[in-house]
Design a protein. Structure first.
Length: 741
């Protein structure tokens, strides 16, 4: 009995722990469902944009390919045609040649994705009008140069459809073709078919010759992407067809009956659902639009260059009985659109795509109840996952969170392919994945106290990549303090006090920030840890919190990189009329204490010990020796094979009894030049003569080196002058005692 009570208690305790993630998950699902119900402007716009993105992804991976017996072919006024035949617009004479040749090749219907709203000037008539006297010979030639008439004759030889464009503004240019139908004025006002009063159409001569026409307007979504296309527009109670719809109507000819609108009544209000031609029914939305039934990427339809038609190089069988669309894919003409299937799609191919969909009875359709299905899926699947996922481990939860969206997406694709119904999977999938991420993150937060502590303690000292590696390895990384061999670096701006006296506090702060940021980045890049900033001084160390067997190498590399970065920074400072900066860097390797130290009021991850103090002394000695970087003998010994050094001295610094050899790193091994090696060798020979008290030889060699660093070699020459009058004590080992800090 007691065992059962214990199990029950554990179960209750576990359920209490799960209450918060379950409750928050359910709250998220209910809020998302409520948002989907909202139909306000901004929210509806955001939701539509997300659904459009989902549809675009779906369309790009699944569409109905073009059938093998496709009767549509494009005549493309492409870049090659324009290059060969002349710039656009072409003379009507050339268009007449193109039309005549297509008729001769047996094209059944010729469709122009072009508009001709202006009369082409007859050059002979223009000359006659400007002439003060009659010119009989030109009078006889006037008809020959009437290219509009020539084009009209070619249009009248076959079945041709010209494009025109409706405008919102009440402006009229050209003449409209015969309408598709007329409907009752009351019904026209109740339907959602857009009522457009203005238009840009073709000149009467051409339109009467072609007889037929269709509008070429495109209707991109608010994001500029073309997904829907209007099939019907109206002027009052008169309905006009799109270019593609009129082209199909003429192509099928007697196979179609009289057009009729398909209208259903909802709450006694008429709603357009499509247009019927006998047995051919084309579903539309209430505005008379259809989803463009894309059949593939650009250039899916067979195409012929217009220049090949004009050059008579196209075989008749290629055009016989075809529905021919004439348009342009040339970039300069601008008839290109961003579409759901690809960012660049030619306008003529959009019309051909719509015509192909009508001919093949392929009508992707977004039903009115699609949003309701999406909401139900969000609610049902969301509640299921909100309750289930908190009970599962990470692996099982990942499998569930992957399986349900895959099944859902697969089902949506199946419905799309088989029935052409567009159902959105975005919001149900988003809800499931959001719940999964939330539950994984929620579980992670309860297991990451140590991780947060590491980030809190070390975030200001080491780069993010180092933090990530620490999190992978685990451990306390010496937070309680430990003694280990590390390398420490001190750097300071020389003469910063005098610089700060010349500038305001704000200017001084700006200079300091511009200096500290790139220097810190160099230290981070070379795997260092920032200890502290003290005014213009930076203290950094290597080998903690992460072990670094090459801590001495990385510290010296950082010092050389800092000097190189300072040169770049001084170029910027000069351009900003700021002072040139010089820094001294001292580096030492040895045993030191490292850990989280301080009081209950303030703590820091830092290093302490004699080896640290020596690095600070070395930084100070860079001023005395007039060099940029000094390292101790321990650091030099560990990196002698990786860097070229010159020994500067053996010294006893303040507070030390033992002699310390100090070195200046010159460059990485492999980057030295013969001249540089010769100078370093000469320096060491001079230093050896100096230590042997061979003052004349040492003086001569130091003077040879003096041009490379006058200040440094003045130190040695000054000592030689002193030692000549006051020789060092017997048994002198060449070391020098410095009283400076």
């Amino acid at each position: 009995m007691s065992r059962d009570i214990s199990k029950l208690s554990l179960l209750i305790a576990k359920e209490k722990e799960l209450f918060i993630p379950i409750a928050l998950g359910l709250l998220f699902i209910f809020l998302l469902t409520a948002i989907l119900f909202v139909n306000s402007g901004p929210i509806n716009g955001w939701l539509t944009a997300l659904e459009n993105t989902s549809y675009d992804l779906q369309l790009r991976h699944a569409y109905k390919p073009l059938l093998k017996d496709n009767p549509i072919i494009l005549v493309d006024i492409d870049d090659k045609s324009i290059a060969e035949e002349g710039r656009w617009p072409w003379p009507r004479k050339k268009l007449a040649e193109l039309t005549t040749q297509l008729n001769a090749l047996g094209a059944k219907v010729i469709v122009f994705d072009l508009t001709f709203p202006e009369i082409e000037v007859n050059i002979v008539e223009e000359i006659l009008q400007e002439s003060r006297e009659p010119i009989p010979i030109l009078e006889t030639m006037k008809a020959k140069f009437d290219y509009d008439e020539l084009f009209a004759e070619s249009l009248s030889q076959g079945t041709c459809v010209l494009g025109f464009a409706f405008k919102v503004q009440k402006e009229e240019e050209g003449v409209l073709p015969p309408p598709l139908m007329s409907i009752a004025p009351d019904l026209a006002e109740q339907l959602g078919i857009p009522n457009l009063r203005g238009y840009i159409a073709n000149i009467p001569k051409l339109q009467s010759a072609a007889k037929n026409g269709g509008f070429i307007n495109a209707s991109p979504d608010p994001d500029g992407v073309l997904r829907f296309s209007p099939l019907l527009f109206r002027r009052g109670a008169v309905i006009y067809p799109s270019l593609a719809l009129e082209a199909v109507r003429l192509f099928l000819g007697n196979a179609l009956g009289e057009p009729q609108l398909v209208v259903q009544s909802y709450n006694k209000w008429p709603v357009l659902e499509g247009i019927q031609f006998g047995s051919l029914s084309v579903p539309t939305d209430s505005w008379g639009r259809i989803l463009i039934p894309f059949r593939g990427k650009p250039h899916t339809f067979p195409s012929v260059s217009a220049k090949d038609i004009l050059n008579h190089t196209v075989a008749p069988e290629k055009m016989q009985g075809k529905l021919v669309f004439i348009g342009s894919s040339a970039t300069a003409l601008g008839d290109l659109f961003a579409t759901a299937i690809t960012p660049i799609f030619s306008g003529v191919e959009v019309h051909a795509t719509i015509a192909s969909g009508i001919l093949d009875r392929y009508f992707p359709y977004k039903p009115p109840w699609e949003k309701g299905v999406s909401i139900v899926l969000v609610l049902v699947l969301g509640v299921f996952c909100a309750v289930l996922l908190p009970h599962l481990g990470p692996i099982t939860a990942s499998m569930v969170a992957a399986m349900i969206p895959l099944v859902l997406v697969g089902t949506v694709y199946l419905v799309w392919i088989q029935n052409g119904l567009v159902l959105s999977f975005f919001f149900p999938v988003f809800a499931i994945l959001a719940l999964y991420v939330f539950n994984i993150a929620y579980g992670y937060l309860f297991e990451s106290r140590h991780r947060r502590e590491l980030r809190t303690v070390f975030g200001q000292y080491v780069p993010p990549t180092c933090i990530d590696e620490m999190l992978k390895k685990g451990g306390d990384f010496g937070l309680e303090g430990e003694t280990k061999e590390l390398t420490v670096l001190f750097t300071d701006i020389r003469g910063f006090t005098s610089i700060s006296e010349r500038f305001s506090a704000a200017e001084t702060k700006d200079i300091l920030n511009q200096f500290l940021t790139p220097m810190t980045q160099v230290i981070f890049d070379d795997q260092g840890t920032i200890d502290k900033y003290v005014g213009d001084m930076i203290v950094a160390f290597w080998g903690a919190p992460l072990d670094d067997p090459k801590n001495a190498y990385h510290s010296v590399l950082a010092a050389l990189d800092m000097q190189a970065k300072l040169k770049e920074l001084n170029v910027v400072f000069k351009a900003q009329n700021k002072p040139e900066l010089n820094i001294g860097i001292g580096i030492n390797t040895g045993l030191m204490s490292v850990g989280d130290m301080g009081s209950k009021f303030r703590r820091a991850y830092t290093v302490l010990g004699d080896a640290v103090n020596l690095a600070s002394r070395l930084e100070g000695l860079t001023k005395y020796y007039h060099v940029g970087v000094l390292v101790g003998q321990e650091t030099q010994g560990k990196t002698a094979s990786e860097f070229l050094y010159r020994k500067l001295d053996s010294v006893r610094v303040q507070g030390k009894v033992q002699t310390v050899a100090i070195y200046e790193p010159i460059c990485e091994r492999g980057k030295e030049t013969p001249d540089l090696l010769a100078k370093v060798d000469l320096h060491h020979r001079a230093l050896e003569a100096y230590c042997r008290q061979q003052w004349t030889e040492a003086e001569s060699l130091f003077k040879q080196l003096a041009p490379s660093n006058q200040s440094l070699y003045a130190v040695y020459l000054g000592r030689i002058e002193t030692f000549r009058s006051k020789p060092p004590a017997p048994g002198w080992d060449g070391s020098y005692t410095l009283e400076m800090k």
